[in-house]
Design a protein around this ligand. Structure first.
Ligand SMILES: Nc1ncnc2c1ncn2[C@@H]1O[C@H](COP(=O)(O)OP(=O)(O)OP(=O)(O)O)[C@@H](O)[C@H]1O
Ligand SMILES: [Mg+2]
Length: 344
């Protein structure tokens, strides 16, 4: 039986750009799918097809058991959508925006107002509730838009980069709201560029790049694909980097990654704590002083880089990411938030 969100072979071309190149998805009811990918990967296009806003060139999809292409109106009644760009009515207050949505969904005036109050409180908008939305900051608009998507609790929700532009406190608040929603049985497809967010919220993750799903699984499964643990060493002096690399090469099971400016060396290993002790001894024997050493599991960033050959968030939004040299791109993307800003 297909899940609450199901897609098979979705293809969408915009002129020469193949935005979707055969996307398959299957999201079991009551779970969260994190759709993860760099700028231009096809995340928003996927969401637009699944929410009936865009016709695919081929493929089929079902949401809440209803055919997206054949019965778009029925699908719309079963879903909530918070798009990548906040869609609020500027000339209404925050409260009016939310009560209007409630009324559109046939709530009576009292129920709509009560729901609006509850959401304004939850999204830290109570103080600004009676101001026109056009006076809101970007983060406030974003929260109002998310609140509007939650006025009725639809069985299936789509959120396109819900936390982009939120400050840490509001991001945390939204994570909590999402977790409560899902605990209540909602199925959610969430797109994100924040690997840590997918790790935190999603039961399953699909990594998408150039309109194709290039990997899927739980965060743990994806991390395991990247080959277990790594030893990370920060050597005390730059001059010791070459010897450090030699030692790690001898003990590791893959390429040694070197970050010159932080003097950090990283290598995939097998053998856990005992191996760590061996590495420390080797380094000591060779006279390499260390500032820090540790064993760590691969992060989703490691997974992303190993799958796509580039870090997340560096490709320009026109899908021309393939032109970026993988290595430089990875270097550029050391601060993901920063590069996201620049990519915009
Ligand atoms: N309406 C459109 N007309 C032309 N090209 C489009 C249109 N919508 C999307 N594209 C192209 O399709 C590709 C996928 O875009 P999409 O918006 O789905 O990416 P995304 O993964 O959501 O990226 P981002 O992280 O920047 O939001 C991009 O190359 C984009 O330029
Ligand atoms: Mg997008």
């Amino acid at each position: 039986m297909p899940g609450a969100i199901y897609a098979e072979g979705l293809v969408k071309n915009f002129g020469d750009v193949r935005a979707l190149d055969g996307v398959d998805l299957d999201v079991p009811e009551g779970t969260v799918l994190g759709l993860l990918g760099p700028n231009g990967a096809g995340k928003t296009t996927t969401v637009r097809v699944l929410t009936t806003l865009l016709q695919p060139d081929s493929g089929r999809a079902q949401v809440a058991g209803i055919d997206v292409l054949k019965q778009p109106n029925e699908v719309r009644r079963s879903i909530g959508l918070s798009g990548q760009f906040a869609a609020v009515d500027e000339l209404l207050t925050g409260r009016e925006n939310l009560t209007m949505v409630g009324r559109l969904y046939q709530m009576n005036a009292k129920a709509a107002k009560a729901r609006a109050d509850e959401l304004l409180e939850r999204f830290n908008l109570a103080d600004a509730a009676d101001r026109l939305a056009k006076t809101y900051s970007g983060g406030m608009r974003r929260r109002l838009d998310l609140a509007a998507a939650l006025v009725v609790s639809p069985p299936v929700m789509f959120m396109d980069e819900p936390t982009t532009g939120l400050d840490p406190r509001n991001r945390q608040a939204l994570w909590q709201i999402i977790q409560d929603l899902v605990a209540g049985g909602t199925t959610l497809l969430l797109t994100t560029q924040y690997l840590e967010e997918a790790d935190h919220l999603a039961h399953d993750i699909c990594v998408i790049d150039h309109g194709r799903v290039i990997a899927r699984g739980t965060a743990d499964q994806l991390k395991a694909q990247t080959g277990g643990e790594r030893v990370e060493v920060v050597v005390h002096e730059r001059a010791h980097i070459p010897v450090g690399v030699e030692v790690l090469r001898g003990r590791g099971v893959g390429e040694v990654a070197v970050e010159e400016h932080t003097r950090k060396l990283t290598v995939p290993v097998l053998g856990g704590a005992k191996l760590l002790a061996d590495v420390i001894r080797d380094l000591d024997d060779r006279g390499v002083e260390i500032d820090d050493i540790g064993l760590r599991r691969p992060t989703l960033d490691d997974v992303f880089i190993s799958l796509t050959g580039h870090a997340a968030e560096v490709a320009p939004a026109n899908g021309a990411g393939a032109t970026a040299d993988g290595k430089d791109a990875a270097k550029d993307a050391q601060d993901p938030k920063d590069s996201k800003e620049r990519a915009k």
